[in-house]
Structure formats: structure tokens, C-alpha cells
Design a protein around this ligand. Structure first.
Ligand SMILES: NC(=O)c1ccc[n+]([C@@H]2O[C@H](COP(=O)([O-])OP(=O)(O)OC[C@H]3O[C@@H](n4cnc5c(N)ncnc54)[C@H](O)[C@@H]3O)[C@@H](O)[C@H]2O)c1
Length: 462
């Protein structure tokens, strides 16, 4: 959202004068003088056809998100359980938006019954529970929150670095079995050691900062060149990283190039006595080869939070039927196994609630699709509040030749202040701000755009 500062706004003087006030006092006074009333505020837009928006919120979604929707004047039905497909088909027709977590499945059948639905919010990381293509075809963007838990994962890795290098789980396990075994052999500080981060994205870069604060040297390898944070250093190859690191931690996505990226050859390149941590995705490590490297004592320990096959629900077994090597891995000393909890913190849940609630509000209120997983990402800077007679058109359409000509013909009698279109596969999305249009022209303009060949959903925000 852009805020324009008027050109007559005075700059803040910083020259010292012999007065009783400090620089901070004068700065604050100057800010008060040029107060917010001088700054152009964005216009609050209202959907022309969707006044009284109704939202269906399911599952255990943050109460703050529900409260934020209600505070905007929207009607919210909140059920803490997931709905079955039949329940959704029966009820979805009355709602303009739905918020779910991972248990509610939004299938093609549900979408066919969703005659008023404008947007779907997945209050979680994954979006597999939604038929994304069918949603896009119906003109419905889907939002999620992929990076709200980056810090939680980075902090878990920090704890694992120390737990592995101090053999913490071994000592604790022995104590619980009545054995006092105080020893320093093979136990290390992490200060001064080298951490090799594979994948320097949201999590890898957070971790880099935390590790340096502990006095570690940080190397990273990524397929793209990234500006290092602090004193971290990017190395040119995975081999270079593996051969120099005391700890190697993986933070890459699961894509064809990363499956089994740590296998026999890569483990052999790691330093003797080093440690491997995987909080990324289970298939990134060849686990039978990791077991061999741990059994031969080439590696001194490992921490695994993710696995090629993971139990479907709490209480389900983690055994050899699920992964044929499970019991061999569980029997090894100095191996930390956790049930995919890297991102599972109260803070991450709260941030997911805030982020997805904001994305839904921005789409319903302003048309922005930034962050949508199945849709072209389009946004326009805000219409200033004092710019009367301006409206915003949000036009979802099929990506086919001739659409823009038809839409621009409909817009030609008016002044198009700004316009942006983008496409993703078969779907395209146009946003345009029109100024100096009279309210009585709106139904006609909307009908002209809705009647264009490729129209899927057209909304006017006024
Ligand atoms: N354990 C958990 O609970 C948990 C929680 C969140 C995320 N994750 C997983 O962590 C991983 C990283 O997440 P993120 O948010 O940091 O992702 P991100 O997209 O921000 O960063 C991934 C980085 O990996 C790099 N990369 C891709 N292919 C590579 C390759 N072959 N070699 C080196 N670098 C490569 C990318 O360029 C990018 O910089 C993902 O697999 C994600 O699913 C796990």
C-alpha cells in the first residue's frame, strides 16, 4: 500500500541550536507538525456486489484471525471441526470465503457447489488438501502461509547442534535408566565449529544469524547466488561445503534434483566425526546410507525431523512397515528423531493466522493476489482516500487472445488511472483503477465486462 507524502512537507532540521530541547524532542515535534493528517491515506474499498460477506472458518484456526474478520464487519461462521465433502457441498453455496487447515478437503465437487466462493485460505503450510487447478479454473485464488514457521525450524536446529555435540539424548536416556555416566570424551562446544547450510532460503538464512551469534563459522551452498548475512560465506559446490563442515544441515525443497542429494558419495565427503541434520524433507537423505555412515562411526550423530514416509496421525506407528529401515535407525546412538515438529510452535500458528487472514482481507477488500499459490500475482498501489469517484475493477478471466481488447473497449469512456494484468497457465487476472466514473455507470460497466468471452469472475470495488 503506497503512502504519498505531499511535496510541501517540511524536512526535519538537525542543526544544533542553544535551546533546552534535545534533537529527539525537536524530531518528535516536527513529526507531530507533519502529522498523519497530512499524509494521503489509502481509500477503504467495498465490494459492490458482495456487501455482507460471509466467511466459513473450519478447524482449529487462530481466534485472532476470526476476530480480525469480524472486526471488518464480515459475518463469520466458525466450526472447530473439519467438514466432510458432503457437509461442504451442502453448506458452501452461501459463503464468499472459506478458511481451513489440512483436514478439510476442497475437491472439484465442493468447488462446483461453491457458487459464491471468491477465495480460499489455507491456515497452514501445505495446500494439497485443495484441488488448486479446479479452484483456479473457478476463478478462486488460494492463499497459505509457507514461511511463518522459518524461525521455529531455525531454533530447533540450534538446539540439535548442541544436543548432538554434547550427546544430550544419550546422557538423558542413561539417567532415565538409572545410569550415571559423566563424561567429556567426544563432547564438544559448538563455538568455533563450522556449520554448513545447504539451501540459504527463509530457514537457512535465519539459522545463519543464530549460529554466528553462538560463535560458529557459517558456510552455505545454494543453487542461486545469495548475499550472505553477517560473516557467512557461500561456497561454490556441495562437495566443498561437505568437506569443510563440522555440522551439515539441510534446508532445500523436495524437488527431483534434491531427492537423495545426500547419499553414499556425499556422506563419504563429510568430515569424520561430523554431524548431519535434516529438517527439510525426508527424501532428501538416503537413509540406509546414513545408517551405514553412523554404524561405521564416520558420522558422530544425526538429527532427523522428516522422513520419506510419515505416519498419517498422532498415535500411528513409526515402524519397519512404514519405512523398512525404521528399527535400524531407532537403534543407533546419538541419533535424534522427532515427528516433523520443526515448524510446530504457538508463535508459528499465530503468525500463520495473521498472514492468511491478511491475505484474504487484501483479496476481498483490495483485489491483491500477492502470495496466491494457484493464481497470477497481481496488485495495484492504493487509491488515495481523497480521490473520490475512483473504483477498482478485478477481472478474473480465461487466458485467451482478444480479452484485453474487449475489456479495454469497455473501459475506453473512462480514465484508466492504472492497470495490471498477468497470467498463470489457463488463468489471467486484470486489475484496473478507473477515475471520474459516476456511480450510475457502474452496473453498465460491470455488465459489459462480465459479458466478455473469457469472463470468470468480475468484481467492482468502490
Ligand atoms: N521440519 C519442518 O517442520 C519444516 C517446516 C518448514 C519448512 N520445512 C522444509 O524446509 C525446507 C526449506 O524451507 P525454506 O522455507 O527455507 O525454503 P526456501 O524456499 O525459502 O529456501 C530453499 C532454498 O533452497 C535452495 N535450493 C533449491 N535447490 C537447491 C539445491 N539443489 N542445492 C542447494 N540449494 C538449493 C533455494 O535456492 C532456496 O534458497 C523445505 O523443504 C521445507 O519444506 C520443514
Amino acid at each position: 500500500m503506497s503512502i504519498n507524502v505531499p511535496s510541501n512537507q517540511q524536512s526535519v532540521g538537525t542543526s544544533a541550536s542553544p535551546s533546552g530541547t534535545s534533537l529527539h524532542d525537536r524530531f518528535r515535534a516536527a513529526r507531530r507538525k507533519n502529522s498523519l493528517s497530512d499524509i494521503r491515506q489509502p481509500k477503504i474499498l467495498h465490494p459492490l456486489d458482495n456487501e455482507g460477506l460471509k466467511l466459513l472458518i473450519l478447524e482449529n484456526i487462530s481466534q485472532d484471525a476470526v476476530a480480525a474478520f469480524r472486526a471488518q464487519g464480515w459475518y463469520v461462521d466458525h466450526y472447530t471441526k473439519a467438514f466432510s465433502e458432503d457437509e461442504l457441498v451442502e453448506k458452501i453455496g452461501q459463503y464468499h470465503a472459506i478458511g481451513i487447515r489440512s483436514k478439510t478437503k476442497i475437491t472439484q465437487r465442493v468447488l462446483e457447489a461453491a457458487s459464491k466462493l471468491l477465495v480460499i485460505g489455507c491456515f497452514c503450510i501445505g495446500t494439497n488438501q485443495v484441488d488448486l487447478n479446479a479452484a483456479a479454473r473457478a476463478g478462486i485464488p488460494v492463499f497459505n502461509s509457507p514461511f511463518s514457521n522459518s524461525r521455529s525450524v531455525a531454533e530447533l536446529v540450534m538446539s540439535e547442534l548442541i544436543a548432538l555435540s554434547r550427546q544430550l539424548f544419550e546422557r538423558s536416556f542413561e539417567m532415565r535408566n538409572g545410569l550415571w555416566n559423566k563424561q567429556s570424551k567426544g563432547c564438544w562446544e559448538i563455538r568455533g565449529k563450522t556449520l554448513g547450510i545447504v539451501g540459504y532460503g527463509h530457514i537457512g538464512s535465519q539459522l545463519s544469524v543464530l549460529a554466528e551469534a553462538f560463535g560458529m563459522k557459517v558456510l552455505f551452498h545454494d543453487v542461486v547466488n545469495i548475499m550472505p548475512l553477517g560473516s557467512a560465506r557461500q561456497v561454490e559446490s556441495l562437495s566443498a561445503l561437505l568437506s569443510q563442515s563440522d555440522f551439515v544441515t539441510l534446508h532445500v525443497p523436495e524437488i527431483p534434483e534434491t531427492i537423495n542429494m545426500i547419499s553414499r558419495d556425499q556422506l563419504a565427503q563429510m568430515k569424520k566425526g561430523s554431524y548431519l541434520i535434516n529438517n527439510a524433507r525426508g527424501k532428501v537423505v538416503d537413509i540406509p546410507e546414513l545408517i551405514n555412515a553412523l554404524k561405521s562411526k564416520h558420522l558422530a550423530g544425526a538429527a532427523m525431523d522428516v522422513f520419506p514416509a510419515e505416519p498419517g496421525a498422532n498415535g500411528d506407528p513409526f515402524d519397519d512397515q512404514l519405512n523398512p529401515w525404521a528399527s535400524a535407525l531407532c537403534a543407533l546412538p546419538n541419533v535424534i528423531l522427532t515427528p516433523h515438529i520443526g515448524g510446530s510452535t504457538e508463535e508459528a500458528q499465530k503468525m500463520i493466522g495473521e498472514e492468511v487472514a491478511q491475505a484474504l482481507s487484501r483479496y476481498l477488500g483490495y483485489g491483491s493476489t500477492i502470495g496466491a499459490v494457484n493464481f497470477p500475482e497481481v496488485d495495484l498501489r492504493a487509491i488515495p482516500a481523497d480521490q473520490g469517484g475512483s473504483i477498482r475493477i478485478c477481472h478474473v478471466h480465461r487466458n485467451q487472445p482478444g480479452v484485453l481488447k474487449q475489456v479495454n473497449e469497455a473501459l475506453s469512456p473512462y480514465n484508466v488511472e492504472k492497470q495490471y494484468t498477468d497470467s498463470k497457465g489457463a488463468i489471467a487476472y486484470l486489475m484496473a483503477d478507473i477515475s471520474d466514473i459516476s456511480f450510475k455507470d457502474l452496473p453498465h460497466l460491470r455488465d459489459r465486462i462480465v459479458s466478455t468471452d473469457a469472463n470468470i469472475i468480475t468484481r467492482l470495488l468502490t
